[in-house]
Write a protein that binds this ligand. Structure first.
Ligand SMILES: Nc1ncnc2c1ncn2[C@@H]1O[C@H](COP(=O)(O)OP(=O)(O)OP(=O)(O)O)[C@@H](O)[C@H]1O
Ligand SMILES: [Mg+2]
Length: 288
């Protein structure tokens, strides 16, 4: 069992902005979903965990080993698929994987080529091994991205919005792959897709303003909203009901719907079974 502990982590950029703000979180094996709107601080947190940028205060440990103080341990035990991979060099997928394997410290040549081969197979890119990654489609690039993250059999794999821009078929294949590898390692998945967290993650958190606003098991967070989510349709000139916590205004079948969180029944509303999306919006609209 692997254990990632983050305590009182703060990441401050040069302009003084706290992108991660006194954040604490414990994560074990399995898939952990990190949901949050644009600018919440998800990538800042992930890049800091991956050792790509420094924190200004706080502590992160993986299996008791301090991440900031042991960059070699992290390099060998952590795989990262960043939100933006940058520019790919003009080399084949196989050569690039081989190169990244070297950087990760897999110095034995035959071990390296065996790993590269088995990962290409795992992500279904064996056939395209001699093609340059920059000529790949978005879905193929993400599969390559997960292959490079898995080099060296990491104990923790961090993937930052890996399915953004993928078509539904590629997204399914990618999610299946993540699920397959999540048994014995920690996977942290950031996404805007509430549905993916619902389908894949055993634990999750909602993040905004550099903080964790809500965390737990998706089922339990959903259950806690039972009989507390209410909806009604409303027209363009109709006043919104005042005095309730409005969690979303949403167009469904070209009709506007208002969704509120309330312990008691608001007049004119009907109750709806809670979903993870309600957990997300309820958390983001609540006053802290
Ligand atoms: N290098 C930087 N310098 C200053 N501010 C930054 C820097 N990088 C990010 N930020 C700010 O930190 C905040 C968090 O950004 P971050 O990229 O971590 O958010 P995110 O949750 O990953 O968003 P998204 O869902 O859009 O990817 C934003 O307000 C962003 O503008
Ligand atoms: Mg991001």
């Amino acid at each position: 069992m692997n254990q990632l502990k983050i305590s009182h982590l703060t990441v401050t950029y040069n302009n003084g902005f706290h992108a991660v703000n006194d954040l604490s979180l414990d994560i074990g094996n399995g898939m952990f979903g990190l949901l949050g709107p644009n600018g919440a601080g998800k990538s800042s947190l992930m890049k800091t965990l991956a050792g790509l940028q420094k924190c200004s205060s706080g502590r992160m440990t993986l299996n008791g080993i301090d991440i900031s103080e042991n960059p070699d341990y992290i390099r060998q035990n952590l795989g990262f698929l960043p939100q933006d991979f940058g520019v790919y060099p003009k080399v084949s997928a196989q050569d690039l994987l081989n190169h990244i394997a070297l950087l990760k410290g897999i110095s034995n040549r035959s071990e390296r080529s065996a790993q590269v081969e088995s990962l290409l197979e795992k992500v279904n890119l064996t056939h395209f091994r001699n093609k340059e990654v920059r000529t790949f489609s978005g879905g193929m690039r993400q599969r390559f991205g997960i292959a490079q993250a898995l080099l060296g059999n990491p104990r923790i794999v961090i993937v930052d919005e890996p399915t953004a821009g993928l078509d539904p078929g590629e997204r399914n294949r990618f999610n299946t792959l993540l699920d397959e590898i999540s048994k014995d390692v920690i996977i942290i998945l950031s996404t805007h897709l509430v549905e993916d967290v619902r389908n894949l993650c055993s634990e999750m958190a909602v993040m905004n303003y550099g903080k964790i606003l809500n965390a737990g098991k998706p089922d339990e967070l959903i259950d806690a909203l039972k009989d507390k989510i209410w909806m009604k349709s409303f027209g363009p000139n109709e006043p919104e009901t005042a005095g309730y916590q409005i969690i979303s205004r949403q167009m469904i079948n070209r009709q506007m719907y208002l969704t509120v969180f309330s312990e008691t029944e608001p007049e004119g509303f009907h109750t709806v079974p809670p979903q993870l999306e309600h957990v997300y919006f309820k958390t983001l609209t609540q006053n802290f």
